[in-house]
Design a protein around this ligand. Structure first.
Ligand SMILES: C[S@@+](CC[C@H](N)C(=O)[O-])C[C@H]1O[C@@H](n2cnc3c(N)ncnc32)[C@H](O)[C@@H]1O
Length: 431
């Protein structure tokens, strides 16, 4: 049952008189940091526009060449992000045919390690095509999305919850669990106190979520935590994934969480509601999911191929998706600044610094033991094409293919972004 858009509880409109669900504990958030811009408040200054259009979604297949500079940039999918799970910078969900083709062409590649898995769009697509997948990302958010995609059943039955779940006529247990989460009474928890206007009591007045929605988010997250001992790893991940999807739909942002908008966009005023996500059953393989540093996993993993999709710009995922990362991790970190940023530096990536990125790639590749390595990288990235080729040629035989994608510009408001080559390198290691 799809319950998207259903009105839930009292999450819209004015708070009912006499209802006292919100108790405000002692202040917990800081209030320093940069001031507001005309449209937004955030350390990045301006709101981002990055949900790009994708006019050539099923565009031509990639042009494959061997170790020679391609002179044809194929028309390809835009740099758009598709919402199988959530909107995510650098998601390859619109480039799957381009990314998968060279991997699937290798008859000796049965197990692939996707060590910067993000939304797990590539992991999931490989698993659907019968490959065994080892997914990894250092964020809780992404490891959990991967667990939902790889370890969750298409028809999760939540047996461990027993009679706590009471399906109605024709309702699956999964839909009943989702309905019960949607019916949770709001509480004045961490998200309410930190990321809704209620935080103004502490001097911040953040507008990521309405007070009503933030209270519901707190209640649903608490309920999932309460159930945790009775859930399988896949079931827990499915519920958190559904919560993340619901939060992204009502977040008062332009996509990422570096800032929030200063006025409510219409969708942010909608009541939050989880929706059961229908998926298909995967071929039976024993997939793995890790939450670790990509370099460590790359050096230790038993696989036939490594798929690398590292960040290629200065945008640090731990900061850009801080609110979702906190939601999934279940932590209540101290936050600072007008944006309520928790400490994220521990999860900063060397690939996001132009000076460090080439060395980070070299170090990672030096550790690799799989016969094949596939690397996604954009011409707009910190590491120049020629540098990538030089590093790879020191290790084996290199091919690459490229496809033109729409350039992402956080401040161009969707105009004049132009096309930029997205490349897929294939390194066959010398033995
Ligand atoms: C370009 S995104 C991957 C997108 C993914 N292929 C998809 O389709 O959604 C890069 C990912 O690398 C992760 N990451 C960055 N540095 C990392 C590191 N050192 N170890 C593990 N993951 C890292 C980020 O959290 C982010 O999810």
């Amino acid at each position: 049952m799809l319950i998207e858009g259903k009105k839930v509880g009292t999450t819209t409109g004015a708070r009912p008189p006499g209802r006292a669900w919100f108790h405000l504990p002692a202040p917990e958030v800081g209030a320093s940091g940069c001031g507001p811009t005309p449209e937004s408040r955030g350390y990045l200054g301006k709101p981002e526009r990055w949900t790009l259009r994708c006019p050539t979604r099923n565009a031509d297949s990639a042009h494959h060449r061997v170790d020679a500079r391609p002179d044809v940039v194929t028309r390809g999918a835009g740099a758009s992000v598709h919402l199988m799970t959530i909107e995510y910078l650098g998601s390859k969900s619109q480039l799957l045919d381009f990314v998968l083709r060279p991997i699937l062409e290798q008859a000796d590649v049965h197990t692939v390690a996707d060590v910067f898995c993000g939304t797990a769009s590539v992991s999931r697509a490989l698993a659907e095509r019968g490959r065994r997948v080892i997914a990894n990302d250092h964020l809780h958010l992404c490891a959990t999305l991967a667990e939902a995609q790889l370890l969750g059943s298409a028809t999760p039955c939540f047996d461990g919850l027993g009679d706590v779940i009471a399906p109605r006529d024709g309702e699956s247990r999964y839909s009943a669990v989702v309905r019960q989460l949607n019916e949770a009474e709001p509480v004045a928890g961490f998200f309410y106190r930190t990321y809704s206007p209620a935080s103004s009591l502490n001097g911040a007045g953040r507008m990521y979520l309405t007070e009503d929605n933030a209270g519901k988010v707190d209640a649903m997250r608490l309920q999932i935590a309460d159930w945790e001992g009775a859930l399988t790893r896949g079931e827990r991940a499915i519920l958190l994934r559904d919560l993340v999807r619901a939060v992204t739909r009502v977040s008062n942002t332009a996509g990422t969480y570096g800032c929030y908008l200063k006025t409510w966009k219409p969708r942010a005023r909608q009541p939050i509601a989880l929706a059961a996500l229908p998926t298909s059953e995967l071929p039976r393989r024993s997939h793995e999911v890790h939450r670790s540093d990509a370099c460590e996993v790359a050096g230790a993993v038993e696989a036939d191929a490594l798929y690398l999709d590292p960040p290629y710009t200065k945008r640090q995922y731990a900061a850009y998706y801080h609110l979702l990362e906190t939601l999934v991790s279940g932590a209540h970190p101290p936050v600072t600044g007008s944006t309520g940023l928790p400490p994220w530096q521990e999860k900063s990536s060397d690939f996001c610094y132009s000076r460090r990125a080439p060395a980070a790639l070299r170090e990672l590749l030096d550790r690799v033991r799989t016969p094949h390595v596939f690397l996604s990288y954009s011409e707009d990235g910190h590491i120049p094409h020629e540098t990538i080729l030089t590093i790879m040629r020191g290790l084996g035989r290199v091919r690459w293919s490229e496809r033109a994608t729409r350039r992402y510009r956080s401040n161009s408001r969707g105009r004049d972004r132009g096309l930029v080559p997205e490349r897929l390198y294939h390194l066959v290691l010398q033995t």
